[in-house]
Design a protein around this ligand. Sequence first.
Ligand SMILES: [Zn+2]
Ligand SMILES: [Zn+2]
Length: 253
Amino acid sequence: MASPDPAGVTVTFAGSGDAFGSGGRFQACIHLRPAGVAPVLLDCGATSLPALRRCGLDPGGIAAVFVSHLHGDHFGGLPFLILDAQFAGRTAPLVVAGPAGTGQRLAEAMECMFPGSSRIRRRFAVEVTELRPGGSATVAAGVRAQAFEASHPSGAPALILRLTLGGRIIAYTGDTAWTHAIAGAAAGADLLIAEAYYWDKAVPHHLRHADLASRRGELTARRTVLTHMSADMLGRQQQACCETAHDGLVLQL
Ligand SMILES: [Zn+2]
Ligand SMILES: [Zn+2]
């Protein structure tokens, strides 16, 4: 009898929304559970604690958070995640991997929302790893992260991420205008998670469905799932070129 595949990743879209709650959705928060090791997050928008709890996922079990860029709907949940872990008595370190400036912006966000919280003694370490476009790092629990330069002003270089974990490759655009770096990050990946903010309206600094549909030939990921959709795009999901995410969607890779 064949032994079961020891690899694999369970992907849960805890939050699949844009910054503004379109469709009643939570902000970006994608939970990745590789077989046999601790889960990690791709982005942690401000609404991520309720998003995770609604899916029955334990925020305290998350080993690392990979942040695509430093906008509130992608990293604004970190102060809540860290404070919740502090009150819950967490002892395992939490890795936060994001663009240059992540450490400073996280401390500023914590001080702004909960004064004194960035300097308090905790029983667990928050280990910040800053990723550079063109670079790669083994960050936590055997997760390898490669970063590519996105086109999305956010006070720091925004990243497109390519994670290797559980024997699978997952690429994530974060927010970005079309750039050929998306094709590089997604090359041969098991899953591409792509922003599709608008259907075809020209909005700066974001991906549209039209951008992805016209470049399908360049995108060689085995599977593509669209996320971060505005009300305009949500209304046209049935016509989309790819699968679309919703809060609570679970994929097995
Ligand atoms: Zn966003
Ligand atoms: Zn953004």
